[in-house]
Design a protein around this ligand. Structure first.
Ligand code: ZN
Length: 347
């Protein structure tokens, strides 16, 4: 009854201050000013990074002087200027071999857990999403340390970081993750921005063991394609969503031509979907206009929104997804993290 009253009084699913939340936002660090992060600028990605920099309004582009500060300031500026209550800022562990040793030669991006905690301490709307390869010799210690410090969730990219989540030796790790109440946000489907070392791990089927261990799993991108020639794992996502009540999908950055067929299906059955952008990945409005989901006037209005975080919220709403996709993540995060967030917003 008390919960019902609270829900009525606040008008949201989660309570005071718990408005829209973006489940999937990236931190980027160039490794020049601190060992807390690193990135490789592959030549093949340069035109795409230049386009992304234009789209997110990142003066000076990716790389160049003072990149780490410019990138985070730009992100925080957009977050403050949006209708979001919060965004989960993601760490990014190294690609690792089966013994858990880092393979920098195979990695394109690294963001330490300390880096996301440091950013979250400075900006209260950022929640730390940590990344720990379960083969790391210190995986359990790092998991406990991160949970103690207020981690909101665990992020992994199985196909990129070489994490076969179904390996039996990881069972105790998933069980502990479930006990700690930390969701697992796992990349599924096509990957465009960084290299994949195990294409077989793009399928949501690789998430069965954590699901069976009771972990709340969020399949980023719902197993969809990034490029037209990618394998499509969307059907597997739908089948598994029917089987596992603890499987969710995130909507990042589902807006491009390659996503239209999947988006159509998700609009018909929007069960357990969560709003997210995959910032700095760009969302597109025009394909939704082509499908007739947004009018010409809506197309103009949405394209006039400079703030990429806000644009994706309004696009998702215009596409017809229910309001709960913006706030349901609050119900999945550890209670202590949500309470501490609310406490900070009040003070
Ligand atoms: Zn991402």
């Amino acid at each position: 009854m008390i919960w019902t009253m609270e829900k009525i009084m606040t008008g949201t699913n989660g309570g005071f201050g718990l408005g829209p939340i973006d489940a999937h936002v990236h931190l980027c660090l160039d490794g020049k000013s601190s060992p807390r992060g690193w990135s490789r600028r592959r030549w093949v990605m340069r035109p795409f990074l230049a386009a992304a920099a234009r789209d997110i309004g990142l003066q000076g582009g990716f790389g160049g002087r003072d990149f780490d500060r410019r990138y985070l300031d730009r992100l925080v500026g957009w977050l403050e200027g949006s209708s979001l209550s919060a965004a989960v800022l993601l760490a990014y562990d190294w690609v690792r071999d089966s013994s858990g040793s880092p393979r920098k030669d195979l990695s394109d991006l690294y963001v330490s857990n300390q880096a996301v905690f440091a950013a979250a301490r400075r900006h209260s709307k950022l929640l730390p999403g940590v990344s720990i390869h379960p083969a790391r010799p210190d995986a359990f210690e790092e998991l406990e340390r991160c949970a103690d410090q207020g981690a909101a969730l665990l992020k992994l990219l199985p196909c990129v970081q070489n994490v076969d989540c179904n390996e039996r030796r990881y069972k105790p790790f998933w069980k502990r993750l479930a006990e700690l109440g930390l969701p697992l946000l796992a990349h599924t489907g096509g990957e465009f921005c960084v290299r994949s070392v195990r294409s077989d791990l793009k399928s949501p089927a690789c998430l069965r063991l954590p699901l069976e261990c009771g972990v709340t799993v969020i399949a980023a991108h719902c197993g969809t394609r990034a490029l037209p020639w990618d394998g499509d794992h969307f059907r597997t996502f739908l089948e598994m969503r029917d089987c596992y009540a603890n499987l969710y999908g995130d909507l990042s950055p589902l807006s491009h031509i390659t996503h239209l067929a999947s988006l159509e299906r998700l609009r018909e059955d929007p069960a357990r979907l969560l709003h997210s952008t995959d910032y700095p990945v760009v969302s597109a409005v025009f394909p939704s206009f082509l499908k007739g989901w947004v009018s010409r006037a809506e197309l103009r209005r949405l394209n006039a929104i400079d703030n990429p975080l806000e644009k994706k919220i309004q696009l998702t709403r215009a596409q017809g997804f229910p309001e709960c996709v913006f706030t349901d993540l609050w119900e999945l995060l550890p209670n202590r993290v949500v309470r501490s967030f609310q406490h900070q917003q009040v003070n």
